[in-house]
Design a binder for this molecule. Structure first.
Ligand code: B12
Ligand code: SF4
Ligand code: SF4
Length: 256
């Protein structure tokens, strides 16, 4: 089974790849083992994402990224306890979080490449939108949303601050690969778009620029704060205070 082979290779990569350990920070491990889900490329939700107020018409479907697409493999990489706990203090992001955000995305990109290679070696076609030259972000909206792909693949739901909460929490990053190989889609064990958020409001006072309130998150002021962290930590940036020291940091708060 190709999907089992892909899962085994991902596990091996996360456990053994040198890139998942930061030499400058005492060989700190960035990622724990991921959650992996599969969405069908013909799921009607892909078309729904094109509606204004959901994402918008610029969001491309799996078929638009890869003609003949059948499945989307989506995964959530959770930060290790070491990185999460380092960012529980208020204020500026921890050094560990900054490395996790930036060096961690290099690992994420290599994971996307690994999945593509495994699919191509089984004579399939594969595209990771995040690595594709057509990928773009304008006004804080991208033409391939990793969170929405994960939502469709059954990995979790949105929340008050828009983070996607999985059964391993929200502190981490997502990735995905579209393929023309058909895999069994994962079950979506939720009905509402924000079902895994308990609405406890604990992320509200965590946000340094007060970008979060009971109605949601202001992407613009979050983005300005991230720019500030870049000025202080060039070439790295990040924040993630809304994803640490909160009940949804490493678990689904509606399932504990
Ligand atoms: C642009 C961007 C940003 C922008 C703003 C994004 C935004 N709109 O919230 C800025 C720069 C501010 C930002 C900040 C951060 N980001 Co960012 N960002 C992205 C990026 C590149 C694109 C996001 C996008 O296109 N969103 C589209 C808009 C429309 O999404 P939305 O507003 O959340 O969608 C709402 C609607 O769709 C609505 N809705 C209405 N009707 C319906 C119907 C249905 C069926 C559905 C499903 C939804 C829905 O529900 C959603 C939530 O309210 C993604 C990477 C990627 N390619 O996906 C990373 C990403 C979202 N970021 C991520 C992270 C980690 C961060 C930061 C923590 C920074 C850091 N690393 O330290 C912060 C704060 C995150 C937070 N609380 O949301 C992670 C998310 C991890 C998680 N657990 O959610 C992502 C997925 C990167 C990754 N590869 O993992 N980010
Ligand atoms: S801290 Fe509470 S309100 Fe905020 S996203 Fe997590 S569960 Fe939802
Ligand atoms: S990442 Fe930081 S600035 Fe952005 S919403 Fe979360 S706590 Fe606020």
């Amino acid at each position: 089974m190709l999907l089992d082979t892909i899962k085994e290779n991902i596990a091996e990569f996360i456990q053994n790849s040198e890139q998942n350990f930061v030499e400058k920070l005492d060989m700190m491990q960035i990622w724990d083992q991921p959650l992996i889900g599969v969405a069908s490329a013909s799921d009607p939700l892909w078309e729904k994402l094109k509606e204004h107020g959901v994402i918008g018409p610029e969001h491309l479907t799996p078929e638009e990224w890869l003609p003949g697409a059948k499945s989307v493999i989506s995964y959530f990489l959770p930060f290790t306890e070491h990185i999460r706990s380092s960012n529980r203090q208020k204020g500026l992001p921890s050094i560990e979080w900054l490395y996790g955000r930036c060096e961690g995305e290099v690992v994420n990109n290599n994971l996307r490449k690994l999945i593509i290679e495994l699919i191509e070696s089984a004579d399939g076609k594969a595209v990771a939108p995040a690595l594709d030259k057509r990928f773009k972000v304008a006004n804080h909206v991208s033409n391939w949303s990793e969170r929405h792909a994960a939502f469709i693949a059954g990995l979790g739901t949105f929340s008050l601050n828009y983070s996607l909460i999985t059964n391993l929490g929200a502190a981490g990053r997502f990735g995905s690969v579209i393929t023309d190989i058909e895999f069994e889609p994962s079950i979506r064990p939720y009905k509402e778009i924000d079902e895994y958020c308990s609405k406890c409001g604990e992320c509200i006072p965590r946000c340094p620029p007060t970008a979060i309130d009971e109605n949601g998150k202001d992407a613009e002021s979050c983005s300005k704060f991230l720019d500030k962290t870049l000025k202080l930590n060039k070439p790295r940036y990040g924040c993630g205070k809304c994803q640490t020291a909160v009940p949804c940091e490493y678990q689904n708060p509606t399932r504990v």
